[in-house]
Design a protein around this ligand. Structure first.
Ligand code: PAF
Length: 288
């Protein structure tokens, strides 16, 4: 696997792969790779794509400067994992390569609707930063398929809408969340947890699962959310949000009914980490 750092080198590699008749599969990341990222690489390889990963810690999507500064940078270990997963090319640009005219005057992309509320509410500007960098990366890589993890459910919704609204010629593939055996969604931010916080961390997934089970049993939504909040507080979390939305467009699901395809999303702080997770549920019993 080659690692390249410039857009010019990237374009040359993509041209060669296309000339060889390959489709291009793209896995954008911010590095500090774990099994969740590797499942995206594998999904791309399974489609027989020439598979390009990118590693770029995008300053535009961090509304908190200290969060950006401490974000883990582990290029050598990441390269080793990508080689083991048979990734074909790694694009690892620096900030000047991505934003040569500077970040302050960068043209931006914003995706109304699905980017509002949830993480968009807690992290103002975050999804503009994501949509902007992903647009730039798509224009650089020009992939046929791009792979994203469902753990970032709202991010996938934002990118799908952006691709549809702006007629971007590629297909977005969402890959199920990779979890540790105790249910915790894999995330680079899990590395911020102390040993005891790591033990407590599956409570987020458990709280979402409890809401899902309660909805199936026709329990009132407000009570389920309140109980889940208590569950998180008892485990040492500071809840940010717990919400039930329609999976198709992230509209608020305040009166779920049979047949609804819902997503239950949560974010909560545990020590220095802000963890997010979600589960999808299709209601099979009536709920008032
Ligand atoms: O999910 C991420 O790691 C980032 O938001 C992404 C999509 C690579 C954009 O910087």
């Amino acid at each position: 696997m080659k690692t390249i750092h410039t857009v010019a080198a990237l374009r040359a590699e993509i041209r060669a792969a296309r000339k060889a008749g390959k489709d291009i599969g793209f896995v954008p990341t911010m590095g500090n790779l774990h099994a969740g990222h590797i499942s995206l690489i594998k999904a791309s390889k399974q489609q027989d794509c020439f598979t390009v990963a990118s590693i770029f810690v995008n300053p535009l999507q961090f509304n908190d400067k200290s969060d950006l500064e401490r974000y883990p940078r582990t290029l050598t270990a990441d390269q080793e994992q990508l080689v083991s997963a048979d990734c074909d090319l790694l694009f690892a640009p620096d900030v000047d390569e991505m934003y040569p005219a500077g970040q302050a005057i960068q043209s931006t992309v914003s995706v109304p609707g699905v980017s509002e509320g949830l993480c968009g509410g807690s992290r103002p500007g975050h999804f503009d930063g994501v949509a902007t960098v992903v647009t730039k990366l798509f224009n650089m890589v020009q992939p046929d398929l791009a792979f994203f993890g469902e753990k970032d459910f709202q991010q996938v919704a934002v990118i799908r809408k952006m691709v549809a609204d702006l007629n971007m010629p590629l297909t977005i593939v969402a890959v199920p969340t990779a979890r540790a055996t105790d249910g915790l969604a894999l995330s680079s931010r899990n590395g911020y947890l102390t040993e005891s916080e790591r033990e407590a961390a599956p409570a987020l997934y458990q709280a979402l699962t409890a809401i899902g089970n309660g909805l199936q049993q026709q329990q009132p939504l407000a009570e389920l959310i309140a109980a889940a909040e208590q569950q998180l507080l008892a485990a040492g979390f500071k809840p940010d949000y717990l919400e039930v939305r329609h999976a198709a467009n992230l509209s608020i699901a305040d009166a779920p009914k049979v047949g609804d395809k819902l997503v239950i999303l949560g974010a909560a702080f545990l020590g220095k980490a802000r963890l997010i997770d979600n589960i999808s549920v299709t209601l099979i019993t009536k709920n008032d």
